[in-house]
Design a binder for this molecule. Sequence first.
Ligand code: AMP
Length: 286
Amino acid sequence: MSAILLNNIKDVRNNIKAWKKEGFTIGLVPTMGALHAGHASLIKKAKETCDKVIVSVFVNPIQFGPNEDLDKYPRTLEADKKLCDELGCDIIFAPSPKEMYGADNKLSNTEFTFVCPPYNLVDCLCGKSRVGHFDGVATVVLKLFNITTPDKAFFGQKDAQQLFILTKMVKDLNLDLEIVPCPIVREDDGLALSSRNTYLSEEERKNALSISKALKEINSLYLNDVTDTKILFDTAISILNKNIELEYIEFRNFETFEKVEKASKNTLVAIAAKSGKTRLIDNIIL
Ligand code: AMP
């Protein structure tokens, strides 16, 4: 059966009302579209554990900075719909910015209610260069939760900081749903799948591969009892291709998000770097 494509909030709510009457559980997979096997893994997990699955496809303007790729972000709704049909998803919710925010232009926090996650979680890693990004993410995700009232929502560990912040939001704001973390899906050669990989030239892709290679090496050193993050950091630097522009390598406790000097079980090792003009992120949890 093919998925129903809905653009407005009212139609989504009507469908959900009918499902709730039947006692169905609902899984939500929030995405920005240009779906790939990483997204598919989330949708499959949702299908396994929920009666009904909604995939949202929305390139959320308020999470993009002024010099970021909002306009050129890949939009492939037809192909996304096909994949959702194949995976047996029930609804694709693909609203316009106007439907979500009542305006076509990008709204700021002087004219719209924003969700602001704790400062120490947003003022680090990706939030350092992407100021306001996580406020935009938390705001749209809370809106999607309110619109779709899911029992479970599925997020990739690929965006580890986002996953941590949203899990905290659910706890702090007493949201009645479960966040389900899903492992990173990679190409055979190790590159983490991302909608932004389509921007990469062959050369840039080759250089970008050094990010997952560095993470893999850190993991194997850790498994051989190397826990000093200075040594692990230097190893990563020696592996990262000289043509990529490193933004950060960070070691954080994935329960508290505090920086760690000594790696241990549940340490997040996160890297952000640009290959050409494309900003890429990847990580492992030791
Ligand atoms: P995006 O469309 O990039 O906003 O991603 C939507 C969801 O898919 C987020 O929860 C991401 O963490 C997740 N995701 C993106 N890439 C991957 C991947 N390679 N493996 C697993 N999940 C992913």
